[in-house]
Design a protein around this ligand. Structure first.
Ligand SMILES: [Zn+2]
Length: 439
């Protein structure tokens, strides 16, 4: 297995052009009612996956599940948006549209002189791929996707991104955490808080050491919080995938993004100030260990994919560490890299293919094509036909329609919706602050 370096751009452009030319015979225009084919799709979102970190780990055998996907599927770099804020990008992944159209423009918005308001689902003004599929009768299950609270009805179930946060008292409990509403109660047994993560579990990431107190103790507790969020989604997701099988299943894991923000300088001490011999010793392997953890979680989900399932694993952006401008050191969102990781495998996917020119905007059109559904002209991505078996494309040429938006839907311009307040806002803001996303 040979992965080309990320600098092979010229070859990539040439390949992209070839891909574009070779796809033309597969496109037809259709006015017929969209009719999905019999297929299952599993879309796994892993925030912040970076090739430069993954590649040596795959090569040294530390990520067997990712290695298997690379061998059995088609993969490549995925180009993110100009805005490297996760809720914006995940909404583009889930809609195939640029932020100017979908309306989610950042992690939060400033209210009138108030604290920053976390962005919420109502600000989005276009349909997601799971809403489009659901309207055509495909059963869907969505777990943890950013900017999906408050949950609205779907043709199946939806666990919004606020599910990972601790619920306040019964009385002031946030509503619409899930659809159906009652699902939140059923899933509450899977809710893990940072304090619930045993020291010994977190110490698997720190070479067995459990720091007490001080800066190291605080950072160790933050690590337990990261693990808690992913354990919550992992267990709720595995439960739902088993108990309520659907044709389009999607789960979002905060995953490697948070540990990369917090432990980057300990992993790469030369990249910025702050690392000490002690912190490097303690936390220097947290990021690789977290990739291993995600590899194991991925294996559990993939075990639930049958022969009729196409698997897509994607990140929203990569990671390049802190950024220096002159003598100023930037963390938070400026640590994100515009190039992430994407992999396709399973039913009707080319084995051993490499993708050359892929945008986060291409994921929704590609899912629609795999489902035999038309792609809309008002989407901004393309179908990644080079990842799909020729025989499937011959039998199911890519169809186009003008739009999936409702006639009275206004799919351009600024959203006139304000983010909705919730009793969880302080906790959400605290998380965004700890990653350096907001002041
Ligand atoms: Zn981040």
């Amino acid at each position: 297995m040979r992965r080309s370096t990320r600098r092979g751009t010229t070859r990539r452009r040439a390949l992209a052009l070839l891909a574009l030319v070779s796809v033309l015979p597969f496109i037809v225009t259709s006015c017929a009612e969209p009719e999905p084919i019999d297929r299952r799709i599993m879309l796994i979102g892993i925030d912040g996956m970076e090739w430069d970190l993954m590649e040596p780990l795959v090569d040294s055998g530390r990520l067997p599940t990712f290695a298997r996907l690379l061998e059995e599927g088609t993969w490549g770099e995925v180009r993110s948006l100009d805005v490297l804020e996760s809720p914006v990008i995940w909404t583009s992944i889930g809609t195939g549209k640029v932020p100017e159209k979908h309306g989610i423009r950042g992690v939060g918005e400033h209210g009138d002189g108030h604290e920053q308001m976390p962005v919420t689902r109502n600000v989005r003004r276009v349909k997601t791929v799971w809403e489009i599929l659901g309207e055509s009768g495909v059963s869907v299950g969505i777990i943890g996707w950013l900017a999906t609270w408050p949950a609205v009805p779907v043709n199946g179930y939806l666990v919004s991104n606020y599910f990972v946060f601790g619920q306040p008292s019964e009385a002031e409990r946030t509503s619409a955490i899930t659809f159906p509403e009652g699902l939140a109660d059923d899933l509450s047994r899977f809710h893990v808080k940072g304090a619930d993560v045993p020291d010994s579990r977190a110490a698997e990431f720190t070479g067995g050491t459990i720091p007490r107190g001080g800066v190291a103790g605080t950072r160790f507790d933050a690590l337990r919080g990261f693990i808690a969020a992913d354990e919550t989604i992992r267990h709720a997701g595995l439960h739902l995938a088993t108990a309520m099988p659907v044709d389009f299943f999607s789960v979002y894991l905060r995953a490697v993004d948070s540990p990369c923000h917090m432990f980057w300088v300990d992993t790469f001490p030369e990249s910025g100030p702050g690392a000490t011999d002690e912190s490097v010793e303690l936390f220097g392997d947290v990021i690789p260990k977290y990739y291993e953890y995600m590899d194991a979680v991925l294996a559990e989900f993939l075990a639930l994919a049958d022969e009729n399932t196409t698997v897509i694993v994607t990140s929203d952006h990569g990671f390049s560490g802190p950024e220096w401008t002159g003598s100023t050191y930037h963390v938070g969102i400026r640590m994100h890299d515009p190039t992430g990781v994407i992999m396709f495998a399973g039913k009707d996917i080319v084995v051993g293919g490499e993708l050359a020119d892929v945008s986060v905007l291409d994921i929704t059109p590609t899912i629609l094509a795999l489902m035999g559904m038309p792609v809309a002209d008002d989407m901004d991505g393309r179908v990644l036909t080079e990842a799909i078996d020729r025989s499937f494309l011959r039998a199911n040429p890519v169809k186009m329609i003008d739009t999936y938006e409702d006639e009275d839907g206004d799919a351009s311009g600024e959203s006139d919706e304000e983010p909705i307040e919730s009793p969880l806002d302080d906790e959400v803001r605290e998380q965004l602050r700890s990653l350096g996303y907001i002041e």
